[in-house]
Design a protein around this ligand. Structure first.
Ligand code: GLU
Length: 576
């Protein structure tokens, strides 16, 4: 590397690339050490975060670097064509901040946008079209995070991702299978087919995939900042891509987009203080309500199956409320205070039979527990839809104790399927997170953000960071975060065991979702004795990433040990 005569910034960028090229320790899903730490589902993304930390960047800088790299290596889960929710702990100020950069409905949206002749349109047809695309929030979110809480520029933090996008990376089995599953959708859009299909078929595992168009998009952000995305050529390309595929979005929709800094949802559980994502994500409220219900039991004294039965029942009740009440707080007066109230949880707990599973639960009445005079909305619960593991979650800490817990997405695997021509990124289908018909708080409206389930969480004990946790997986995100906390706090598992344990997702449906090989296991049979039963289509649930702040001052980064092709945990200075 001949960097001597280059200007300072180029030297920095080159050395980031150099550090990425250095031989690193082997990929591992668990790592303990000091300094900063990171857990993501992508080796390149975790390396990008560590490179930025080694350059003196903080957790926010490193989180954006990892997220941008995930946009290259995991483009079907996330990217600049989508949005997300970031929870940040600032150690010096002892503050938790959240940045909502959820995709937003264009001004053309109305509550009937997904109806035709009074009937709901076909879900999959809407997904694979411009109708499902919301105004992307990712770039605005990264901008707010870096500008307010980071220490580096877009140019610096995007350098590792630009490097991976330009030089390419090896497509793995998970990546190739995801393309295979989406061949029909991707074939509809020429720019998508050109990038991910070869003669109409998925690019095979082992291929080195370059994405020069995405590298170009990132370079434009590196030089032009947030404006390069929300106005000018890239914005016009987005508008054209959406509107030529039955959507209706304008340049004004893009230039008007704002991220929101929101007060986190704060709850307590057995001596922990939990900070999670507020509305428009239902994640923080639903996790907190379920934990409040569980707190009334001495779970540690119970056999595992009895405790897990209670976990499933608490989750069912929290989901009944989540489905009935929660939506974008700028449009709907949701009874959040009531839902988070411990006395309300006690009322909900009375409905649980400790030895018998209940049928689908109706929503409760949180209004008597609501300490404000909000207008009640009592709509019908919406129906359940199948959830995959789309989306991605990453978590980073730095040597100064700052922490980021960040979930971001383009919604379904491959989002709408529309790659923006010339820019190499997929547009989201987040608008299908709205209910297609009402009455419901979560119906589509102009400028509204669809209800999410993303649940990036940071937990504290005695005022000090204890752990962070989050996952992808649509509405199963809530149950994955809830179950991992339950496994860790109540069942006393180590965090790697808590993450790797079989996942059970009860969302007030007809049956609990489980993973392959669970049905028939001793654990399943023990729960069946209480009437629990399982869906017939087991699928991998979630892809969690966590950090644990150990009493000896070390940090343990924890990723998946077997799901999603195994994740990547790294620390700046290994303890071993
Ligand atoms: N659209 C989902 C949500 O916001 C996230 C995507 C997913 O994980 O399926 O809750």
């Amino acid at each position: 590397m001949t960097t001597l005569l280059r200007p300072a910034r180029t030297v920095l960028v080159s050395s980031i690339i150099l550090s990425l090229a250095l031989p690193a320790a082997a990929k591992t899903p668990v790592a303990t050490g000091t300094g900063g730490a990171v857990a993501t589902i992508s080796e390149q993304a975790s390396l990008a975060a560590i490179a930025i930390l080694n350059q003196g960047g903080n957790a926010v800088d490193a989180a954006v670097a990892a997220a941008a790299t995930l946009g290259v290596t995991d483009p079907f889960s996330c990217g600049i064509g989508g949005g997300g929710f970031m929870v940040i702990y600032l150690a010096k100020d002892k503050r938790v901040i959240t940045i909502d950069h959820r995709e937003t409905a264009p001004a053309s949206f109305t509550p009937t946008v997904f109806l035709k002749d009074g009937k709901e349109m076909d879900f999959d047809t809407v997904v694979a079209s411009g109708r499902s695309v919301g105004v992307p929030g990712t770039v605005r979110g990264w901008h707010e995070a870096l500008d307010r809480y980071g220490s580096m520029s877009f140019k610096q933090v995007l350098a590792p991702a630009i490097d991976v996008a330009s030089k390419g990376f090896k497509v793995n089995d998970t990546f190739s299978h995801l393309v295979q599953d989406n061949e029909t959708k991707f074939a509809l859009f020429p720019a998508t087919a050109a990038l991910y299909l070869r003669n109409g078929k998925a690019i095979p595992a082992g291929t080195t995939l370059r994405n020069p168009d995405l590298a170009k998009a990132y370079r434009e952000l590196a030089s032009g900042g947030v404006k390069a995305f929300y106005s000018g050529k890239m914005a016009r390309a987005i508008v054209d891509a959406v509107n030529s595929n039955s959507g209706s979005i304008t340049l004004a929709d893009l230039s008007n987009y704002e991220a929101r800094l929101r007060q986190p949802v704060h709850s307590t559980y057995r001596g922990y203080d939990l900070y999670g994502m507020p509305l428009p994500s239902s994640g923080g409220v639903a996790v907190a309500e379920a934990l409040n219900i569980l707190e009334g039991y001495d779970l540690k004294s119970l056999p595992r199956a009895k405790a897990e039965h209670l976990y499933l029942e608490a989750s069912r009740l929290a989901f009944a409320d989540r489905n009935a009440y929660l939506a974008d707080p700028e449009f709907v007066d949701a009874p959040v205070a009531g839902l988070l109230n411990k006395d309300y949880a006690a009322r909900r707990r009375e409905l649980i039979n400790p030895t018998q599973a209940s049928a689908q639960a109706p929503a409760g009445d949180p209004y008597p527990f609501q300490n404000d005079m909000s207008v009640p909305l009592r709509p019908n619960a919406n129906k359940l839809i199948a959830e995959g593991a789309h989306t991605t979650h990453l978590t980073v800490s730095d040597k100064d104790g700052n922490i980021v817990s960040y979930t971001y997405t383009i919604e379904a695997w491959g989002g709408s399927g529309i790659v923006v021509p010339g820019y190499g990124f997929l547009l989201n289908n987040e608008m299908t997170d709205f209910d297609f018909s009402g009455p419901a708080p979560n119906v589509p409206e102009a400028g509204k953000r669809p209800r999410s389930s993303m649940s990036p969480t940071i937990a504290f004990k005695d005022g000090k960071p204890a752990f962070s946790i989050g996952s992808p997986g649509g509405a199963t995100i809530i149950t994955t975060v809830l179950q991992t906390i339950f496994n860790y706090v109540d069942l006393g598992m180590s965090m790697p065991d808590a993450v790797n344990a079989p996942r059970l997702s009860e969302r007030n449906g007809m049956a609990t979702d489980v993973e392959p090989n669970f049905t028939g296991s001793a654990q399943a049979q023990a729960l069946e004795k209480a009437g629990q039963h399982w869906s017939k289509t087991p699928e991998e649930i979630g892809a969690a990433n966590a950090l644990v702040f150990n009493p000896d001052g070390t940090v343990t980064a924890v990723s998946e040990g077997h799901r999603h092709g195994v994740g990547s945990a790294r620390v700046q200075k290994s303890a071993h």
